[in-house]
Design a protein around this ligand. Structure first.
Ligand code: NZQ
Ligand code: ZN
Length: 392
């Protein structure tokens, strides 16, 4: 273990098929005015909207709506929602949707009473919140980001081609989140598998860093095995409750701050993926899958022992009679085969990225220093081009 740390997570979770009933326990804790935040309409077609409005009314709430939160929520939408929350003196923001809706709700919660431009303050200057924060609760309908139990909030600014995440502190974490795996059954297959890879990527970003003996790494190997097992079942049968519920629980633990404790982390796949997203508006998980193999093959020589351990402990590679390099490479080959098997995008061209965008995407990728190799901008260009060439 490295360093000293403290650990607590303030989000209360309600998990399982009956978990929506627990809204009745949470709602009385907040004032009358509720801002119901949701996306492009999936919650209306599934009937969830009607159920939630009914529960809100039964609890005597005045409901204000903020609909149309797009995947990869934009800064313009944030300005609009912040004004609505303040004008209506909102006591609770109830986010019903996927990571985009939850992230957006957190952004509104810190921006409504912010006296400066929240994009400048929180996303460009990365400052802490020093104004009133509106509490947020989530009803999750799509699995992957971990937004239901963390302080992450990613906003896209198309004008400046920047997609930036601010990881806020515990005061911005959702107060509660309702996790009902059945609500995720209707997620389209493309979004579903993108979410699965988002989970995998969150784990790998925290796993591939440093070589100290660390409890977190053992936890992550277990999470990865559960995810690989259940995702193979879920792609064939999306309504398999056991698989979908295990994946939902894995997603939460992959990014609720626990496994990052006591260790350094990488996050370069996300930094490059977010920049791809800023240029293409592609689905988050697919930006990660498209770049991952090119990235991991590039950094493997710098973190050799960990890649060998990954191959053996996660992908069950038998090391007998093989060199360390052969073992490590076999692990990456198995990862790639799995990614193709579940239907992930493996090439940034397929997301709409072009040769002309490559320099801009590299420039927009924030370079972090926790991984096995601190990348230069030229190396990011090289990785992006490799994703185009190799991953057909
Ligand atoms: O908008 P609706 O109509 O609801 O449709 C959504 C959306 O089109 C649909 N969907 C969600 N639940 C559904 C459903 N369709 C049918 N049935 C359901 N039950 O799925 C589409 C994608 O939803 P979205 O919320 O965009 O997906 P996701 O959960 O992957 O969130 C992506 C956003 O989260 C950020 C990403 O950058 C991206 O902006 N991230 C947040 C993180 C965090 N808070 O820590 C970390 C992540 O790495 C990530 O960066
Ligand atoms: Zn992610």
């Amino acid at each position: 273990m490295l360093g000293n740390f403290s650990y607590s997570n303030p989000t209360k979770l309600y998990f399982g098929e009956d978990s929506l009933n627990f809204l009745n326990e949470e709602l009385p804790k907040y004032g009358k005015n509720v801002l119901l935040v949701y996306g492009g309409g999936s919650i209306k077609s599934t009937g969830l909207y009607d159920n939630i409005v009914k529960i809100l009314k039964e609890n005597g709430k005045d409901v204000f709506e903020d609909a149309g939160v797009m995947p990869n929520p934009t800064v313009e939408k944030l300005y609009e929602g912040s004004k609505r929350a303040k004008d209506n003196n909102v006591d609770l923001i109830l986010a019903v949707g996927g990571g985009s809706v939850c992230d957006y709700a957190k952004a509104v919660s810190v921006s409504a009473y912010c006296e400066e431009d929240p994009w400048d303050k929180y996303y460009l200057r990365m400052e802490d919140v020093d104004n009133k924060i509106i509490p947020v609760g989530c009803v999750l309908t799509m699995v992957g980001t971990g937004s239901e139990m963390n302080g992450g909030s990613v906003i896209t600014n198309h004008a400046t081609k920047l997609k930036i995440g601010h990881v806020f502190g515990e005061n911005v974490f959702p107060k509660f989140s309702i996790l009902n795996p059945v609500l995720t059954y209707t997620v389209p297959q493309y979004q579903m598998v993108a979410g699965f890879f988002d989970i995998m990527s969150h784990i790998l970003e925290q796993y591939f860093s440093n070589e100290d003996d660390n409890t977190s790494d053992y936890i992550m190997e277990g999470l990865l095995k559960s995810l690989i097992h259940s995702s193979r079942i879920a792609v064939k049968n999306p309504t398999d409750y056991e698989a979908r519920s295990n994946i939902m629980w894995t997603a939460t633990w992959a990014l609720n701050t626990l496994v990052a404790k006591g260790k350094s982390t990488d996050w370069m796949v996300h930094m490059i993926g977010q920049s791809i997203g800023a240029y293409t508006d592609a689905t988050h998980g697919m930006t990660l899958s498209a770049i991952s193999m090119a990235y991991y093959r590039f950094i493997m020589p710098y973190g050799f022992q960990k890649f060998k351990r990954y191959a053996i402990n996660v992908w069950n590679v038998n090391p007998q009679g093989k060199t360390d390099e052969e073992v490590a490479l076999e692990g990456l080959d198995l990862m790639e085969a799995y990614m193709r098997e579940i239907g992930l995008v493996m090439n940034i061209n397929d997301l709409g990225a072009t040769e002309e965008m490559v320099d801009g995407i590299a420039k927009g990728s924030f370079i972090l220093e926790g991984g096995y190799k601190v990348l230069t901008q030229d190396e990011i260009v090289h990785i992006l081009k490799n994703s185009m060439i190799n991953n057909k």
